[in-house]
Design a protein around this ligand. Sequence first.
Ligand SMILES: C[S@@+](CC[C@H](N)C(=O)[O-])C[C@H]1O[C@@H](n2cnc3c(N)ncnc32)[C@H](O)[C@@H]1O
Length: 432
Amino acid sequence: MTPAARLSAAIELIETIDAQRVPAAKALKEWGTAHRYAGSGDRAAISGLIWDVLRRRASSAWLMDADTPRARVLGMMRLERGMNTEAIAVLCDGGRFAPEPLSEAERSALTSRTLDGAPPHIAGDYPEWLDAPLAAVFGDDRVAEATAMASRAPLDLRVNTLKAKREKVLASLKHLGARETPWSPIGLRIELGADARNPGIHAEEDFIKGAVEVQDEGSQLAALFSAAKPGEQVIDLCAGAGGKTLALAAMMQGKGRLIATDHDKRQLAPIYERLSRAGVHNADVRAPKGDTDPLADIKASADLVLIDAPCTGTGTWRRNPDAKWRMRPGALEVRLKDQAEVLDRASALVKPGGRIAYVTCSVLRSENGDQVRSFLSRHPEFSIQPLNETASVLWDKAEDFENAALKSAEGWLLTPRRTGTDGFFVSVLKKA
Ligand SMILES: C[S@@+](CC[C@H](N)C(=O)[O-])C[C@H]1O[C@@H](n2cnc3c(N)ncnc32)[C@H](O)[C@@H]1O
């Protein structure tokens, strides 16, 4: 397919997504099935166009002064891909399979309109109802923060120190353009291009042998800040697919007891194979069975309970721009209730002198600092570990990190703009 034909296909797909209100991933899959002649390069390029349109959905429509699929695709080419009017006109030449030529109104919008004067939720590309919550966290920086949250994310990897050292994996993944992450001492980063083609990390020997895992650097830092140590009893209470469990296991160097559970046993399904590939031998996965509590035998004995809390995922919008537009206030309410419940459950599992690491991949205060404050009012035996102590695990990077991340009385907030990671909140709570 020519670049122009790919653009036509993207416009057609956005029309389908709008008309049928289906998730973008589903629409892309169905399009692929119906257009078997399209090669993998075409599919990746078209997916890249769709994701970029979703990233800049509101600002592209504003720029073009028209909220149609075609206008949003054209506006995205200008805003996200940095193409000028002439370059866009070359693609839209009305030829076979190419989009129709640009109208006068489109030419004029692409050439002379800007985002000046656009309201924050349009310039920053987020749902209007989230303007007040984002303003509460970022104030006048919310457009810049949200713009970074709309940008494309790199592929981050965590080196599994149970099996390998970072220098060695770095050398063997050089051909993919891997380099060290800025903060995590065990992270590697591969920048991704505009097409949604992934670099095939799952087929690399390092991945197959368990020397690396895919994990955003923010998620790596959240695990590091929990300061899990060899010999401790550690519970990963919302273990899901096990991303944090694997990181905790590496920190524990195979010594001590690591218990992973989740209230939804289906979420745990991938964890068994991942633990085995990573060479973890001290993990005990406890899937819930009926109404029985899989942690019934644990009473105030854990050194550390990590809560990778169920949350709205606003911090991961750059990896899933579709989810951003689908988010509803009702979903936030449900998450807030879940978070309070999980925190209360954790409080009974931790021993005196032990700690809870409360983590979300959200930037919203109601899920982060507010949640911590209300937990402390219910459980005065807990207190917040000073933030500089939490960040001290970064050694020589700790000071730079303290200047980069956003600090509140309750914990650290990492954001794409400030730390170049997904958005993550981390608070460590110590039990007296
Ligand atoms: C952010 S995800 C976990 C991701 C995972 N830790 C990882 O790093 O791959 C949150 C998880 O919390 C689980 N969850 C939701 N409510 C819960 C509850 N009340 N108790 C335990 N887990 C819960 C969800 O099933 C989901 O798997």
